[in-house]
Design a protein around this ligand. Sequence first.
Ligand code: PMP
Length: 326
Amino acid sequence: MGNARCHQSVLDCIGHTPLVRLNRMFADSPAEVYAKLEFLNPSGSIKDRIARYMIERAEQDGRLKPGDLILENSSGNTALSLAMVGLQKGYRVKVVVRDRVSREKLDQLHALGVEVVMADSSLPPEHPDSYNNITPRLAAQTPNCYFPDQHGNRENNDAHYATTGPEIWEQMEGRIDYFLAGVGTGGTLGGVARYLKEHDPRIKVIAIDGQGSVYHEYFHHKRMVRPGEGLVEGLGDEFILPTMDFDLIDDMYQVPDREAFQAAREIARTEGILVGVSSGGCIWGIERLLGQTEGPARIVTIFSDGAARYLTKIFNEEWLRERDLL
Ligand code: PMP
């Protein structure tokens, strides 16, 4: 993308994704809305950026050595990105995913030959076998193992400060009023927000949290709530993570599951762009933001992945109806 010559490695195709104006969805608004199409990264999501960045940093300082196993927990996208980067560089990859991960992501992980451990998402966060607890334990027990730890590793944020942030700044020629993105680890939002605010402190940053996550209540009232159920893969968490940069966030909305799924369906039919559910959450967030702004605001958001990873959810009316999402 942006480079007419051939690439010597698929890893050289990571990043430099297009930023496109959404012309039809917001045709009646004076605002200009732009989305960064991160599903055009080679493995299909924004997580290619952090996979490459974390792995190369670890190679440089010796945390990762030839022949090592890369072990990580992920809502599926980081797992797929680590698999692609790991395979290119000759590492084995093993991942922990929640049992509610989409069929499509699981099939892709198996296609790549990744070893998958399934975490029971009904377990409470403090349970030793909960999604967040299994991986550090497995990593400690496994020799020659590198645990990137996207949920606690600030290189996650740094990857976006180094790549996604500058790309957006250049593509928008520095004229941005709002940056709005989903938060899972918070790495995307934190890294991009830090870069953008350093260049223009007037830019307002809005985070989209997922249903059932603890972030929203913590951001607004500094209170910890019990995590609940949520169906948007990639958004929210059950802990306050070190990768969440609350001080860079000006406002946070929590998208109800139904709204995220509906917005993903709507954008497919209005713009012809097939986005994942968390991107639907961002669209819902922009609609809410537009209700509070006047005039020609320039808004940038991130489409972290595409609908191909969730076709059996987003466009399956029976699945949606069973969960009261229609
Ligand atoms: N959307 C999707 C589909 C994701 O997989 C993730 C990653 N968890 C996010 C949004 C949020 O990104 P981040 O972890 O950088 O906050």
